[in-house]
Design a protein. Structure first.
Length: 230
């Protein structure tokens, strides 16, 4: 892992790479404008704004040790941040045009292969066999079988799937909609009151009752599959 912190090594790797992709967590969209102003207008920079249902964000943060303050776990604050980002997205979209895209986390989770293929087509990146294999082994229960068949060690795979920071998921759809089982009626009603405009703008179902069965989650995910890339 230490080599990942070697600036000279990483700079050389990036220069040799055809694509440079950076994942930045919780960067506000208003800061994107500053980044764009510093970039060459001939740059091939593409910005993908990944959104998630605020109820899912809230439920995920509740289980994280680093998010143990009211400021972090407060659903009102979460929705206010998303609301500001959506306003900035609409404003910046007129400036950046097809350089700025919005993608819903739930759409990618419900249909990883097709939605990723659409996204890659939009940003002109090859949807290679390697990418397809990565998606199949990281978003479904086929991970263990794949590694077993290829004689890899998978002693830690089950642990990885339970780790919230891992890239492996037993079922990405169930992960995305887990909040429908874990939030209570009071929390859902609170979200409806303070975040209803976000649900409308992003085409999320506004009123979802607590769910107790995984089959119901799959049905909910399918009915909310908006295939949103814009």
């Amino acid at each position: 892992m230490t080599i990942c912190y070697d600036n000279e090594f990483m700079n050389d790797v990036c220069r040799r790479s055809r694509y440079n992709i950076i994942k930045t967590v919780r960067l506000r969209l208003r800061d994107i404008e500053l980044l764009y102003d510093r970039m060459s207008k001939n740059s091939n920079l593409r910005i993908i704004y990944l959104v998630r249902d605020p109820r899912g964000i809230y439920n995920s943060r509740k289980s994280m040790e680093w998010c143990n303050t009211d400021q972090c776990q407060n659903l009102t604050n979460i929705c206010n941040d998303i609301r500001e980002d959506l306003n900035d997205f609409d404003r910046l979209k007129s400036i950046l045009n097809n350089r700025l895209l919005l993608v819903r986390y739930e759409d990618i989770s419900a249909n990883p292969l097709n939605e990723t293929r659409k996204l890659f087509d939009t940003i002109n990146i090859e949807f290679s066999q390697y990418i397809q294999r990565f998606l199949r082994t990281h978003t479904t229960n086929s991970t263990a079988n794949y590694h077993h068949n290829h004689h890899h060690r998978d002693n830690n795979k089950d642990k990885d799937k339970k780790n919230p920071y891992s890239t492996y998921r037993i079922n990405s759809t169930l992960t995305a909609w887990q909040w429908t089982k874990q939030l209570n009626q009071s929390e859902l009603e609170f979200a409806e009151r303070f975040c209803h405009d976000i649900f409308v703008r992003l085409n999320y179902d506004r009123k979802i009752l607590p769910i107790v069965d995984n089959n119901q989650i799959m049905t909910t995910a399918t009915s909310n599959d908006d295939n949103t890339i814009r």
